[in-house]
Ligand binder design. Structure first.
Ligand code: GUN
Ligand code: ZN
Length: 455
């Protein structure tokens, strides 16, 4: 049996809670024991090493001392793996952004080889940003999902992914049909859902790109596979909402479209939800569905300010997500910093414990996976990260001036990014370690010869 003993500062949220600031567990000098990929113990290091019952464990196990802070791996509840290459594309809002940048990028994933390379690259980038689980949109091509899950399987990572279902209002080469979307998704569920750590999400892109027939078949599939996930977009942008009204004149609001087709239930993750009305919030709550708050995307695409407390007041599970390529970073630190600013613009704030909770235990709870991931509880899967609180000078100086854990965490969230990720462990294995940069020299400056086009 493979046993590893990790010693360092530890922080996590052991339970699902509305007040993470009162329900965290922190060990300044803690120990985390991992046996065969699962956490078997968490506690104070001194007591652990003094206890004679642990002597056999100590003889069998390897002790790693961490100078950084250990946290559960981050969970990104909404991200598009084929869009990494169009991150930071200029000047448009949602519907134009999809047509101008996103659809052409997604068309490339018809080629298996391209999808394989990008899937491996994407998963390695998730790990480098401290994310160990994500709920991922592939493209309309089933081979893009196979590429993604094969890459995830190589690292034994717990990942959720689905083939986009989209049969209208997009380029011909990105369209499926109601029947092929249903059939291909079902085949992928049978191949991947609960295979190792893979989980499948039925993924109608959003109401405008699916015909009523396709939404009906997506709902049928969801009923046939109640433990599969559902992921889609809702109420992100005013023009999108107006378009849904035109396309579905019978529906009283946007969510009602999805409700009509049985797509609103627990394990359903709705991206954005910025402009939902009170009825829609109430209905999400009643159905046990969750919202992925995508702050950097909502700012970048000019979509609006997510009213976090309207969701929290109704106990709707919320998580913070990157939504890359609409979002501007895979770093959930950067997205947390944006979440804070989005709340500030509404006269509210987000305490650092709650913010971290929304990327770990809270995100796991919004997926019904809190018995597996999102925390450091004994029995959970050993997905965790080591944070270097001194990773770069401005962070280091700010951290050294803090007197309290809450202050340190707030500085980390506000200033942090992937530079603060020292190590990432998945199922107990080290899958990422920050490179030692020698002199910071790179042989190329990255500039090709460029035309002098204006924006
Ligand atoms: N709505 C429909 N598709 C997308 C997408 O790819 N990104 C975002 N942000 N919103 C969408
Ligand atoms: Zn999205």
């Amino acid at each position: 049996m493979a046993i590893q003993i990790h010693r360092g500062s530890l922080l996590h949220f052991p339970q699902t809670t509305l007040s993470p600031e009162n329900n965290y567990q922190y060990f300044n000098d803690g120990v985390l024991v991992v046996e065969d990929g699962l956490i078997s113990h968490i506690g104070e290091a001194q007591a652990f090493f003094a206890d004679e019952h642990h002597q056999t464990l100590l003889q069998q196990g390897k002790v790693t001392i961490h100078s950084g802070l250990l946290l559960p791996g981050f969970i990104d509840s909404h991200v598009h793996f084929p869009q990494v290459e169009v991150i930071a594309s200029y000047g448009t809002q949602l519907l134009d952004w999809l047509n101008t940048y996103t659809f052409p990028a997604e068309a490339q994933f018809a080629q298996q080889e391209y999808a394989n390379v990008q899937a491996r690259y994407f998963i390695d980038q998730l790990f480098a940003h401290g994310t160990t689980t994500a709920s991922v949109y592939a493209t309309v091509h089933p081979q893009s999902v196979n590429a993604f899950f094969q890459a995830a399987e190589q690292s034994n990572a717990r990942m959720i992914c689905g083939k986009i279902m989209m049969d209208r209002h997009c380029p011909d080469n990105l369209q499926d049909t109601p029947e092929s979307g249903y059939r291909d998704s079902k085949t992928l569920i049978e191949r991947w859902h609960n295979q190792g750590r893979a989980l499948y999400a039925i993924t109608p892109r959003f109401a405008p790109t699916s015909s009523p027939q396709q939404l009906a078949l997506a709902g049928q599939l969801a009923n046939e596979h109640p433990d599969a996930f559902i992921q889609t977009h809702i109420s992100e942008n005013p023009n999108e909402i107006a378009w849904v009204k035109e396309l579905f004149p019978q529906s009283r609001d946007y969510l009602a479209v999805y409700e009509q087709y049985d797509l609103v239930r627990d394990r359903a993750l709705f991206g954005h939800g910025i402009h939902l009305n009170s009825r829609e919030f109430d209905a999400l709550s009643a159905h046990g569905a969750a919202i992925a708050f995508c702050p950097s995307s909502n700012l970048f695409l000019g979509s609006g300010l997510f009213p976090y407390h309207r969701a929290k007041d109704r106990h709707i599970p919320v998580s913070i997500a990157s939504d890359v390529g609409g979002g501007t970073s895979l770093s959930l630190f950067k997205n947390q910093a944006d979440a804070y600013k989005v709340l500030q613009l509404q006269g509210e704030s987000l305490n650092p414990f709650e913010s971290l909770y929304l990327c770990t235990q809270g995100a796991a709870a919004s997926m019904g996976l809190q018995d597996k991931i999102g925390n450091l509880n004994p029995g959970s899967e050993a997905d965790f990260i080591e944070i270097d609180l001194t990773a770069f000078p401005i962070l280091q100086q700010r951290i050294l001036r803090c007197n309290q854990l809450s202050e340190q965490l707030f500085a980390l969230i506000t200033l942090g990014d992937e530079r603060a990720i020292e190590r990432t462990y998945v199922h107990g294995n080290l899958v990422y370690q920050k490179e030692m940069t020698l002199c910071g020299h790179n042989s190329t400056n990255g500039l090709r010869s460029l035309s002098n086009g204006s924006m």
